[in-house]
Ligand binder design. Structure first.
Ligand code: FPP
Ligand code: MG
Length: 323
């Protein structure tokens, strides 16, 4: 059995119900918008966030999942979709999930509004069902995500970014939504004891983003552009660590490359060699394993069942995934 199938096993039926609800909830009478919505819905992602909601809901539920758990899964997928549409505008990115982005096809003006549409659908889904507890968590996550994105812009071009600031940045821009998924699933099953759940989601999200940042250095095809962090002068963990370790001469040389407006193939090769020399990739991988151990420790406190086993497998998948 594939690792993704193992993860989904306790929620196979529930995931199908979620998908049906999600696909039927997003449509519009405005033809232009409806066309774009169909384009988006036909290019589904890994669905890690709704899977996380459903697994946490199931881990804490006594029996079958309730409607609120499905709404929670929908809510995070709507927010996640909105954030990716806006992110591709911010990053001026042309490819996602192996296809052209909304901004590449319909330009920025339309893309901003489509992102807003997804955001409004999320707000309506919670207010129409009086899910104010879910809305509170989601609003906090969106605030964190936006602050994280702005913090990232503030820190770009800073080649001395500290590891501490990097972790804070990815906690905000990525891990906040992962935490939110775990909390939403738990709340929907009646569990209000959220501190450890939030900490678990934070670890999971940090691991996810470290892995995502490692992908930026790969030469393999991952369904979206690579080297985009380098181009926009965003410094991530492999470089942060390597720069810190490097000699004065190497530091000077690498910063001269990083400051360039345009990178050649030779420059990219030099950056990779620099990171290999100072073991930045190894360090990043070990950091993911450290966070995984932290996450496993928390997971031990949760009820033992099939969903918890899947969450454990999900941790490995996030570290070992190929895209
Ligand atoms: C991916 O980061 C993007 C995010 C983690 C969040 C982006 C959020 C915004 C632009 C704010 C708008 C938010 C809402 C909810 C409307 P990345 O660029 O490092 O990853 P990538 O390689 O997948 O693009
Ligand atoms: Mg991006």
């Amino acid at each position: 059995m594939k690792i993704t199938e193992k993860i989904k096993k306790p929620i196979t039926k529930e995931l199908k119900i979620f998908e049906k609800q999600f696909y039927s909830s997003v449509s519009s009478k405005v033809k232009l918008l409806d066309l774009i919505l169909i384009y988006i819905l036909n290019r589904k992602g890994k669905q890690i966030r709704p899977i996380l909601v459903l697994l946490f809901a199931k881990m804490f539920s006594k029996g079958a999942l309730n409607e609120k758990s499905y709404r929670a899964a929908n809510l995070v997928e709507l927010i996640h979709t909105a954030s990716l549409i806006h992110d591709d505008i911010v990053d001026d990115s042309n490819i996602r999930r192996n296809f052209l982005t909304i901004n590449a096809l319909w330009k920025n003006k339309i893309s901003v509004l489509v992102g807003d549409f997804f955001l409004s659908k999320a707000l309506l889904l919670s207010t129409e069902n009086k899910d104010y507890d879910l809305l509170n968590e989601v609003s906090t996550a969106v605030k964190e995500i936006s602050e994280g994105e702005l913090f990232q812009i503030q820190k770009s071009k800073n080649f001395n970014l500290s590891e501490e600031d990097y972790i804070l940045l990815i906690s905000k821009k990525t891990a906040s939504l992962f935490s939110c998924c775990c909390k939403l699933g738990s709340i929907s099953s009646g569990n209000k004891d959220l501190n450890e759940i939030e900490a678990f989601g934070n670890y999971l999200g940090i691991i996810f983003q470290i892995k995502d940042d490692l992908f930026d250095f790969t030469t393999k095809r991952i369904g979206k552009p690579t080297k985009s962090d380098l181009k926009s002068q965003k410094i991530t963990l492999p470089l942060i660590f390597s720069i810190k370790q490097s000699t004065y001469q190497d530091k000077k040389a690498i910063k001269a490359i990083l400051k360039k407006k345009k990178y050649t193939m030779a420059d990219k090769k030099l950056v990779n060699e620099f990171i290999i020399k100072y073991k930045g990739f190894e360090y990043s991988r070990n950091k993911m394993l450290e966070y995984k151990n932290g996450a496993i420790k928390i997971l031990k406190k949760f009820p033992d069942n099939e969903s918890k086993e899947s969450i454990k497998i999900l941790l490995d998948y996030i570290i070992d995934r190929k895209y």
